[in-house]
Design a protein around this ligand. Structure first.
Ligand code: GUN
Length: 297
């Protein structure tokens, strides 16, 4: 009997490369019109994971020919000072997109900061105006991680239309907006969506019904083989640092899914790293290019 083949590995890295090539063509066309997309990346404090994310965002800007404007502020920055900076960036015509890396230090009200960003420069899609537009199905900046998950499914041949998509996690950054995207009428949507979270009863009974399972709960290897059905397509949004003494860094990255365990049953799965992560950054670049294009009209 032939050995059972493992799942298809959905490479976010490869799909992200393809989208970045498309973006490079668009950026070149904008540059012919003397329009260089610009992204302001604001980091407050020294959270090590945030530093890595921000560095990757800036490096990707450089790679694609997007101007990135770095604003690294100390952890004791006041909310007022941060709001002043955002007001300046809102008024700066070279800046088409503004990204404030989350989480912010405890003494700063995150929502107040997000509310201060001009919705037309809100390339993260976190401003209430864009959140509302998303729910209404109006054109808007799509939040980068949910948009990345949707693109990854579509470009890998796993159209969510008519499928039961189960999302584990209800955050404002991933779970909630992803539910809105996948249930939206039209291409990339039309799924039947269930959102589970830490207070869900009989969680495994629900996840076992998923045709597409998206794990975004922030707990290392939370989704086990017994929680999924044969043939499921899994998108693992988790990025967790777990101790690993065999590594020079002392840690390794793992997702919210027990990759090895579920591989016996899944049809397809994203790896961590190299899955959703590169897609999130690429969607940020896509939103920035769209913002520049719109500003140039
Ligand atoms: N922190 C974790 N994910 C994100 C993201 O997509 N955008 C921002 N600004 N902060 C984050």
């Amino acid at each position: 009997m032939p050995a059972k083949r493992g799942p298809k590995i959905i490479s976010g890295k490869a799909v992200a490369e393809t989208i970045q090539e498309e973006l490079q063509a668009e950026i070149a066309a904008l540059k012919k019109r003397k329009l260089v997309p610009g992204l302001a990346v604001v980091l407050v404090g020294e959270d090590p994971a945030s530093e890595v994310y921000v560095r990757n965002k800036r490096l990707t800007c450089e790679k694609l020919g997007i101007n990135s404007y770095a604003h690294d502020l100390p952890a004791n920055t006041t909310e007022k000072r941060l709001l002043n900076l955002i007001a300046k960036l809102n008024a700066d015509p070279k800046v088409h997109g503004i990204l404030v890396q989350m989480p912010l230090p405890k003494h700063i009200d995150e929502q107040r900061v997000l509310n201060a960003i001009d919705p037309d420069k809100d390339v993260d899609g976190f401003h209430p105006v864009n959140v509302g537009r998303l729910l209404n199905g109006e054109p808007c900046f799509l939040p980068c991680t949910p948009a990345g998950c949707q693109e990854l499914l579509m470009r890998s041949g796993y159209d969510p239309a008519g499928k039961h998509a189960v999302i584990v996690g209800r955050s404002n950054i991933v779970g909630k907006p992803l539910a809105a995207l996948l249930m939206q009428k039209g291409p990339g949507g039309d799924a039947t969506v269930t959102v589970c979270h830490s207070r869900t009863k009989h969680l495994a009974r629900i996840t076992q019904q998923a045709d597409i399972l998206i794990a975004a709960i922030g707990m290392p290897e939370f989704v086990k083989a017994r929680m999924v059905k044969e043939g499921v397509v899994i998108i693992d949004v988790g990025v967790n640092r777990v101790e690993d003494k065999t590594r020079k860094s002392g840690y390794r990255l793992t997702g919210d899914v027990d990759f090895k365990g579920v591989s016996k049953k899944a049809r397809a799965i994203t790896p961590v790293p190299g899955g959703v992560g590169p897609m999130t950054i690429t969607m940020l670049m896509k939103n920035t290019v769209a913002a520049a294009r719109r500003a140039g009209k």
